[in-house]
Design a protein. Structure first.
Lengths: 408, 319
């Protein structure tokens, strides 16, 4: 193992999946549950190899399905352990009952979910529909833009999930295929720095643990008043998670030299007139198109969501207030609504934006690339909206036929 | 006669070395076999266990649904789908942290044989270091008496009612205990409440076997409310289930199957079914189908118990 004393930093060219696996290793979990699913498989393969090499001192449970993966790590977490697992798509859906129980028990589980579509068995393609289908589970959701951020978010996730004032499970999302298999340079943190970053948790009061002979029960929520109390405490913890994550991001910068701005990342937002709101791997493309548009005098900016649950409404309102027009890019659908899910949710705060107009873009589902051309179209359309032109409320960017049908 | 009874009682009581952790009044039906089993386990195995359970007949007492009846055990209420996986997580973390533990995953047949069988099988395949106890009341009794995989042929339940086009359950029961023994785990056994010394020994053997991995106990626990028999007949129903070979008592140590109680002259299965309302509608012909099923299972068990050899793990792989 290379130590900090020998080298100032260690850049490795690795995939998003490898970044997640290495981050999990650096966090020194006690129990890891492993089950394969495309495009997540490489995560648990790498962890299995670390374990086989004796580099990772954890209990590795090679479960017979994702449902068991989540149940096993939840129980291990409630017993007092640090845990990790990874999934995607149908795997996430197969553990749906379990993730509700994990959140209900306030087990500080950390999991990565490699975003993939879910409409049928052949939907082996990128999209955030799996994330959207589980958004009300009571977990904290974080979304990574690139492989470096996958690494950083997994480590930050442990600080957030296990914080005594939070104790809510955290799911780190990153786009399948686009990030899972993309190799790029990642500054891999030194073990001693990660240990230092996570050691803060050891100074906090011990959380309640299920121990043999301890006369403690877990998993029963009670009824009536007891249930209400626990649910309200959960909702309150989700609210507290916003400020806590902001603080963790700052502390992370202090040790590792990287900050992303906390709940949201603002890119060229200060003087922007038109803004795209996005999340995940699309943000890299959006940033480069914004740079090009800026050269042509278009005052465009990006608001990247790093945290999706809890919904960072205050930070988003602050960043978006007074902008002329906002285009929200969703990589998933919100059935029963015309616009995408993030658009639909942001709409709830429209009256607080000081008159900003909003439209919805749906793109990048089922592995359709969110190309630079597509992003340019979105910025142009949002500029049209800002100029008072009549534009569609919802645009399926890669599927023009949707606009022809006239249904939306 | 009186003397002999006293001897038997003393024999069972000898195994009860620990406190009964349950309060005196609990929310079970009068005559419930499950209550006896639940009180028995910690008295034999110790109170320092972690017991996991699911929504089921045991939940009102075990998992805090009813705060009028309570106990002193560490417990974990899990979903039926993931019962064995949760027990796995607990046992693995305790092993990693060096915490001495006995995790007892205590579930009904709905969880064990039906919805949670996948992860029960997975835990057995991985030889996870905990004890799984299935209390088998042959259906979803707490939900209101529905058919499960262990419901026997001919039994009426609310989802297999008797009618002009139905004999009750028109299918045969699965043999969960044999299925589990086929996983080549360190210990698998059947037990019931009419043979408490046998049950006590098996609980202690399971606790010992847990050091080598997975232990499975299948306990026949009749349901007075769901099956329709008099509350005072619970033990008699168990006794007759054994004497008719409807529920034979055996164990498999490292895969080696051995009868722990041999019935010299098994009674016809009708001497068991006659006590129970859920079989009351069956004709002699129907009863013969059930008898054939019982005979077949016993024959299979008999054959397996003749096999030589065992499947013990190399000592280096034991926990």
């Amino acid at each position: 193992m290379i130590t900090k004393a020998q080298k100032k930093s260690q850049i490795k060219v690795i995939t998003g999946n490898a970044a997640a696996a290495i981050a999990a290793k650096l966090a020194r979990p006690d129990v890891v549950a492993a089950y394969p699913i495309t495009p997540q498989t490489e995560v648990i393969e790498q962890i299995s190899q670390f374990h086989a090499n004796g580099e990772m001192d954890c209990e590795l449970i090679t479960v017979e399905g994702e449902n068991s993966a989540m149940n096993a790590v939840t129980a291990a977490s409630l017993a007092g352990g640090r845990v990790f697992t990874a999934t995607s798509s149908w795997g996430l859906v197969f553990m749906y009952d379990a993730i509700l129980a994990t959140a209900g028990a306030r087990a500080p589980v950390v999991m990565v979910n490699v975003n993939r579509e879910t409409p049928g068995i052949i939907a082996v393609s990128s999209g955030q529909q799996d994330m959207i289908s589980t958004r009300d589970a009571g977990w904290i959701f974080l979304i990574a833009e690139d492989c470096q951020e996958v690494m950083d978010l997994v480590l930050q996730a442990y600080r957030l999930a296990e914080d005594y004032d939070i104790q809510v499970p955290v799911m780190v999302h990153y786009d399948g295929f686009y990030l899972s298999y993309l190799s790029e340079g990642v500054d891999v943190p030194f073990q001693e720095d990660v240990d230092k970053f996570l050691s803060v948790l050891k100074t906090q009061p011990e959380r309640t643990k299920l121990v043999p002979g301890g006369r403690l029960g877990c998993g029963s929520h009670g009824i009536l008043g007891g249930y209400l109390e626990l649910r309200h405490k959960h909702v309150s913890a989700m609210e507290r998670a916003k400020a806590k994550f902001q603080q963790i991001d700052k502390e992370y910068e202090g040790i590792f030299g990287r900050s992303y701005g906390g709940l949201v990342e603002e890119y060229r937002m200060d003087d922007a007139d038109v803004v795209l709101v996005g999340s995940g791997s699309m943000c890299g493309t959006i940033k480069s198109v914004i740079d090009e548009k800026r050269e042509k005098g278009v005052k465009a900016g990006l608001l990247k969501m790093r945290m999706y649950r809890p919904f960072p409404s205050e930070a988003m309102i602050k960043a978006l207030k007074g902008k002329k027009a906002i285009g929200v890019v969703d990589r998933s659908l919100c059935f029963g609504f015309k616009g995408g899910p993030i658009y639909t949710e942001l709409k709830a705060f429209e009256t607080k934006l000081g008159g900003s107009k909003m439209i919805s873009f749906i793109d990048g589902i089922a592995n359709t690339d969110i190309t630079k051309i597509n992003v340019a179209t979105m910025i142009d359309t949002t500029c049209d909206l800002a100029a008072g032109k009549n534009v569609r409320e919802v645009t399926w960017v890669s599927y023009p036929e949707a606009q022809e049908e006239g249904g939306l | 006669m009186t003397e002999k009874k006293k001897d038997n009682l003393t024999k069972v009581m000898d195994y009860l070395k620990h406190e009964d952790p349950f309060s005196k009044g609990v929310a079970f039906c009068p005559g419930c076999g499950l209550e006896l089993l639940l009180r028995f386990i910690p008295q034999v195995m110790g109170n320092d266990i972690v017991i996991t359970g699911t929504p089921s007949c045991s939940a009102p007492v075990l998992l805090g649904q009813n705060n009028q009846s309570w106990h002193k055990l560490s417990y974990f209420g899990t979903l039926m789908t993931g019962a064995a996986a949760n027990a796995t997580g607990l046992a693995r973390y305790y092993r990693k942290a060096g915490i001495k533990n006995t995790v007892v995953c205590f579930n009904g047949d709905g969880t064990a044989a039906d919805i949670g069988f996948g992860n029960l099988s997975g835990a057995a395949e991985r030889n996870e270091p905990f004890i799984y106890i299935c209390y088998d009341n042959e259906g979803y009794m707490n939900t209101g008496i529905q058919k499960s995989g262990t419901t026997p042929f001919g039994a009426t339940t609310t989802t297999t009612p008797f009618g002009s086009a139905s004999k009750g359950k028109n299918l045969r029961r699965m043999n969960l205990a044999l299925k589990m023994a086929m996983h080549k785990i360190p210990y698998a056994a059947t037990a019931t409440l009419s043979d408490l010394d046998d049950l006590a020994q098996k609980l202690l053997k399971a606790k010992e076997a847990k050091k080598r991995g997975f232990a499975f106990l299948h306990v026949f626990a009749p349901c007075t409310t769901g099956w329709g028999f008099a509350p005072e007949n619970t033990i008699e129903v168990c006794r007759r289930a054994v004497k008719t070979n409807y529920f034979p008592l055996w164990e498999a140590v490292n895969g080696k199957i051995r009868m722990t109680k041999t019935v010299k002259k098994p009674k016809p299965v009708s001497t068991y079914t006659e006590l129970i309302k859920k079989f009351a509608h069956l004709t002699e012909e129907d009863l013969q189908i059930l008898q054939d099923d019982v005979d077949y299972e016993y024959c299979m068990l008999g054959g397996l118990s003749q096999l030589e050899g065992e499947c013990r793990l190399p000592a280096s792989l034991e926990d």
